[in-house]
Unconditional design. Structure first.
Length: 251
């Protein structure tokens, strides 16, 4: 009698465990009844018919998919390695289960082939300087091709672009030459500005009064040096009045 009761209790527990499912807020259950799709349910408590219904869980959370490094030959025949990360989520659980065998694997493979294709169409300079443009283009293609699977691709980011060593050395030399060119241009512009200022000063100093004032300023600067003896030339213009007086007296 006790054995029969235990067997009944075990059957009831097995029945309840197969009939009652609890799904989290971010989960949905795709229900198949005798092999036919009847829809998705959740979240919360889900009741199934044992031996008749079968449920597959699908997460609606954002998935971060790391795309492995891909060998890419750019349009200008430079061999590089590029990897990326893809952000997507399942928006229609029924399609993600029914229309594709493994949506994670399928999305990963599609992302790899799309990454190689788009990066191969770009030149190296574009690949390095216009990542945002390439990110948007890859995301648009992936979103369009995964839409029949009930998947929404929200973002794609190129993570790292690995260049050959010889290309890194060539780019370093190019950058150094560019810096030298800019330095020479800045130096030439400085010389031109200095020459223009000197020309303006020469025009101003051509006035005798300005020249005398500059002469007196120079004497003041020499006096501040605290020299015991200072020898300076006497301008001829200061002697002209005395020379005229001497000429009148002699006449």
């Amino acid at each position: 009698m006790s054995f029969t009761i235990l067997a009944i209790i075990a059957l009831v527990v097995m029945f309840l465990s197969s009939a009652i499912k609890i799904l989290n807020e971010y989960e949905r259950g795709v229900i198949f009844r005798l092999g036919r799709l009847i829809g998705s349910k959740g979240p919360g408590l889900i009741l199934l018919i044992p031996m008749v219904d079968k449920m597959q869980k699908v997460s609606l959370r954002l998935v971060t998919l790391d795309v492995p490094s891909q060998d890419v030959i750019t349009r200008d025949n430079v061999s590089v390695k590029v990897n990326a990360v893809v952000y997507f989520r399942v928006v229609i659980p029924e399609k993600a289960i029914v229309d594709v065998e493994n949506y994670l694997y399928a999305t990963s493979q599609l992302a790899q082939t799309t990454l190689r294709s788009i990066c191969g169409e770009a030149e190296l300079d574009e690949l390095l300087a216009e990542r945002e443009k390439l990110n948007l283009k890859i995301a648009e293609i992936l979103d369009r091709q995964t839409d029949p699977w009930g998947i929404k691709v929200t973002n794609v980011e190129l993570k790292h672009i690995d260049l050959p060593d010889e290309m890194k050395r060539a780019m370093a030399k190019q950058a150094e030459a560019e810096r030298e060119r800019r330095a020479k241009i800045i130096h030439a512009e400085g010389e031109a500005q200095a020459a223009a200022k000197l020309a303006e000063a020469a025009v101003v100093m051509s006035n005798p009064v300005s020249l005398q004032l500059r002469y007196l300023q120079t004497l003041t600067e020499i006096a501040t040096e605290k020299n015991s003896t200072t020898i300076f030339p006497l301008p001829i213009d200061l002697l002209k009045p005395f020379m005229k007086l001497v000429e009148k007296d002699t006449a």
